[in-house]
Each structure stands twice: as C-alpha cells, then as structure tokens.
Write a protein of this length. Structure first.
Length: 216
C-alpha cells in the first residue's frame, strides 16, 4: 500500500497531540518517532510504501534576514538532521518536494515594522502531481494520503475517476471535512496511538513510560 505524507502537516499534528497531553513542551523535542509502526497499526497493514514530503530551506538572495529568522532556520536544520535519520532508519522515502522561504509579512499594526516569516511552498504541488501520476500508472493500487491541504482535492478527484481507492488519514480532532468527503475512507488516529509510538530518547522507551510535564 502506498502512503503519501505531507511532512509539515504530520509533524505539527503529532506535536500538537503530544503537547496537549503534556508529554512534550515544544515540537523540537520530537527527534524520533515510529512513523511506520503508527501507520501499520492504524491501517492494519504490514507492507507499506511510505513517502514523506518535506521542504528545503531557501534563504533570500541580496539581503541577510533578521537574526531571529537565521536562528529559526538553524533550529529547523538541526532538528531535521535527527528527524530525517529517524525516517531513513524506518525505510521511509524522504522527499524534498518544496521550499521553506523567507517572506515579508504585512507591517505590524502597532509598530509599523515589516515582519519576516517562513512560508512553505511546493509540497502540495508535488503531492498532487504524484497522486495523479499514480492514478494513471497503477489505478488498481489504493493510496493513503496524510495531508489536510484542501488544494489536493482536484488531484484526489482525478485519481478517484481512474478508480483509485483513497484513504485519508488524520489525527483525531484535525479532520479536514472537505478531504474526508472526497476520500473513500477516513481513518482518524487516536491520542493513545500517537502516544504509544512516540519515543523521547530511544526505541525501548514508550510514551507510557515517560514522565508527564507539569501543568503550565
């Protein structure tokens, strides 16, 4: 079974669940995660071909971003090194499918200064392209999509017209109703399963063995 994961969507969703359960305080603490184990469990399938779509950081030419942005970029790069190693150990195909670019946001209403933000571009396009390509090449093979980006709906509809069975996977409480209505099947990942496959320091320590963070 082919599984396509929007990496940023997955990372944020799983981190939000773990923060809500007070297992972590910040998403950067998630350096290792049994993604394959979690998906094999919720999909009840042992043989999964998993592709994880992520972004490459692209700094602007011609000027140097603020120190705050540079610090954030370095933090993302440090986290990515551990995260990518974890995915590769699990036999997950890691694809740099887009760019994380520095963009000037609207001026602040209070101080008037223009703020800089990091914005992801391109991952949804690559995901949509691969969905449509799969529909033409292997329409008999079902696919699993883990993304809540509504921009994918035209690609999902195109794949369905070719006869592809589409399963939409999401975290409980983060269901995109439009995508759920488009897919043939929706699988929601429970909080308990998110916790079960999280490891803070090593593969032998499960979430149930970890100490909860104190209330904020």
């Amino acid at each position: 079974m082919k599984v396509l994961i929007d990496g940023e969507n997955y990372r944020k969703g799983s981190a939000e669940v773990l923060k809500k359960e007070r297992i972590i305080a910040h998403s950067k603490e998630v350096l290792d995660y049994d993604v394959r184990g979690l998906l094999s469990d919720v999909l009840e399938a042992a043989e999964l071909e998993i592709s994880y779509y992520s972004s490459k950081i692209k700094l602007p030419h011609g000027y140097t971003p603020s120190q705050e942005i540079l610090d954030r970029v370095e933090e993302i790069r440090e986290h990515a090194r551990s995260w990518v190693s974890s995915l590769e150990r699990q036999g997950i195909n890691y694809l740099k499918a887009g760019y994380l670019k520095v963009k000037s946001a609207k001026p602040c209403r209070n101080c008037g200064e223009t703020q800089e933000v990091l914005q992801e571009k391109g991952v949804d396009v690559r995901l949509a392209t691969d969905i449509v390509e799969h529909a033409f090449m292997s329409p008999q093979e079902p696919i699993v999509v883990m993304s809540s980006d509504s921009d994918l709906i035209p690609a999902l509809l195109s794949a369905k017209r070719k006869g592809v069975h589409i399963t939409y996977v999401c975290f409980a409480g983060f269901v995109n109703k439009a995508i759920s209505g488009t897919a043939d099947e929706t699988v929601s990942i429970s909080t308990q399963k998110v916790k079960r496959y999280f490891t803070r320091v090593g593969p032998s320590e499960t979430a149930e063995q970890q100490t909860l963070l104190p209330p904020e």
